[in-house]
Design a protein. Sequence first.
Length: 351
Amino acid sequence: MTTSEPGTDQALTGVKATLARDRDGGDVECTACAHRCVLSPGQRGVCRVRENVDGKLRLLTYGLVYDPTPGPPGTLDPIEKKPLYHFHPGTDVLSFGGAACNFRCAFCQNHHLAFADPETIELREVSPEAAVESALEQGAAGIAWTYNEPTIYAEYVRDGAKAATEAGLYTVMVSNGYFTEEFLAAVGPYLDAINIDVKGFREGPHLEYMGSRLQPTLDSVKRVHEQGIHIEVTYLVIPDLNDDPEEIRDFAEWVASIDSSIPVHFSRFHPDFEMQDRPPTPIERLEQAHEIAVESGLEFVYVGNVRDQRFNSTLCPDCGRTWIRRAGFDSTIVSDLEGQCACGRPIDIEI
């Protein structure tokens, strides 16, 4: 396995980015994310890791991940932590993340990564092949690209996911969904599951607190579902920002209009970064969001970041029988997930 130790000096030369379009005068358009930055030579995109170098777009952080601990590369996580509840439950996935992001979330809990320039953070060199080797060595069932936004290092995700697929591993991305049709065409064929974080359902607050438009994320949810990639959606419920009952209802009805069986996770907000003046989400508000979502037709609704386990197990929407019982990130499979429920409903969970 070839990797460099954390903290070693490295030149951010990167690789030529393929998700790009040449423009007149040496400019180049990045086609990975929905910002679609048009960059003159020497300029970097919103993400700060994709740069126009002499008229060609380069991904500066190809194969460079944040991994400060010694030992084999990557962090072994339960798949439920992503969160993915209907995808290979009870398995472990090897997680990788890196520097920077294409969002500017004021409440980011990974701000030490998302707001870091690639020159200011210790990164470790891990090739796609080394990532796969590490996953196999550690007994992981798959590889996940997470922690910061994977869209910005699209070519690394594509190559890593292709190598993982060839090695018999599943592939996962945890994303804000701010990617393009070009990204999904290039990377999607090698992805098995995506959790997309919808950070509210109103355009104004989305622009103000995330630095991005809402619609591209909504478009991505639909495209991922249409492409047949397993999808689950997370909604971080933030007090006095996106927790209005009508906003929650609009969001839930929108998801149900795509597919009522898409799992939705309402996650509890904890004060962090630039939004430490707000309290944690009251449990009552999470319960209300759960109730509204069920009333809106969603069949699988979960509540995360709480000790209360009432809303974490997977139940049959028709008869209420338990399919998977969860305590924290531990899953116990109760029913035969390869068959159907005792009531006759098919169990559509990937195992």
